[in-house]
Design a protein around this ligand. Structure first.
Ligand SMILES: [Zn+2]
Length: 346
């Protein structure tokens, strides 16, 4: 006969094994996909409908771009206002201020969303804008978008490093819990930001320059530097940055594999940069040719994007390359989630 103590012990063991069993079943059931950057630019309130591309592909988390240096900062505020209203009207997706909120959203079957900004130009030279954007839902911001701004250098410009303002912004981002994103920025500026930051940094969407020689892609030194902060590189699915020709899953997997071999699978993630609007950025000719110089974006090359629906194929190809299930899950969601839990305010 079991003593009370033994009964308690036995029932605890049974429930623990049931819990472990159900947790295992849940992880077997559902792969989480964390896409760290959507590539569409603000056009209007109807942009929220584009999120169905991610939702229907089973994406669990998406960072939505609300502004970038080529557009005035006021457009970023307009985008935040429209997207917030549009998302709040939906029951299948939700803006999340904390990692705990992301987990609650997942538990409720919702897609978790946050905002990001491409370039510190959106601050309009005002340091106090960092905390305001954070309160409005922005969880990551890059230094400069392709060209230099008042914070630092862009990847297609003369690299002068971070300015005093740029250094102050990095410190303020660390203070409020916004992730420092070095994508699109010049090499030196990004390296300086990563050295200065006391929290893990990221490249939200950038590929390996060793595999595709383009100024938007990042060098081994940059990949090692971001890994040294405990951060992550999100590999994107844009043809121009993957390989010449059409965007292919194999190319994306090759970039993931290259980085994982260089710095470890714990420093690689996904930042598709997909633009399902198919309209491309609506900027005037002069602005476009400035931010996307013809020497790096030849008119002869047609842009092609991998949609979020390819993510299960990416996972499958990593599996066939011999990646452990735990590493695949880390690449698909766990790594960026780790950074969020270390940097975002609780
Ligand atoms: Zn971008």
């Amino acid at each position: 006969m079991l003593t009370r103590r033994k009964i308690l012990k036995a029932s605890f063991a049974a429930s623990a094994s049931m819990l472990a069993g159900s947790a295992l079943a849940a992880t077997r059931e559902q792969m989480r996909y964390w896409d760290n950057h959507a590539g569409f630019g603000y056009m209007g309130p109807n942009d929220v409908d584009l999120l169905d591309h991610w939702r229907s592909a089973g994406v669990s988390y998406l960072s939505i771009n609300v502004g970038y240096d080529p557009v005035p900062w006021s457009t970023t505020i307009r985008a935040i206002a429209d997207y917030t209203k549009g998302i709040e009207a939906r029951s299948d997706m939700v803006l999340c201020a904390t990692v705990a909120r992301v987990l609650t959203a997942w538990h409720a079957g919702q897609m978790a969303l946050t905002f990001d900004i491409e370039g510190m130009g959106a601050l309009n030279g005002d340091l106090s804008m960092v905390e305001l954007y954070y309160r409005l839902g922005v969880r990551q911001m890059l230094i400069a978008y392709n060209l230099n701004n008042d914070a630092g250098g862009g990847c297609h410009d003369q690299d002068k490093g971070l300015t005093d303002f740029g250094r102050a912004v990095v410190r303020e981002m660390n203070r409020v819990g916004m992730v420092v994103d070095c994508a699109h920025s010049a090499i030196r500026s990004g390296l300086e930001a990563m050295k200065l930051s006391t929290k893990p940094c990221i490249f939200s969407h950038a590929n390996a320059r060793a595999l595709q020689d383009h100024e938007r892609n990042i060098t081994d030194e940059q990949i090692r530097a971001v890994a040294a902060t405990g951060g992550v590189v999100g590999v994107n699915g844009l043809s121009l940055f993957l390989a010449n020709g059409a965007a292919k899953v194999e190319s994306m997997v090759a970039h993931i594999d290259y980085m994982a071999k260089l710095v470890g699978a714990e420093h690689v993630g996904i930042g598709l940069d997909c633009d399902p609007s198919n309209t491309g950025p609506r900027l005037d000719e002069a602005t476009s040719s400035k931010y996307w110089p013809a020497r790096q974006y030849p008119a002869s090359i047609k842009e092609d994007y991998l949609p979020p629906s390819v993510l299960p194929q990416v996972a499958e190809q990593l599996r066939s390359l011999g990646y452990k299930e735990s590493n695949i899950r880390a690449i698909m969601s766990g790594n960026f989630m780790r950074v969020a839990s270390q940097v975002w305010a609780k």
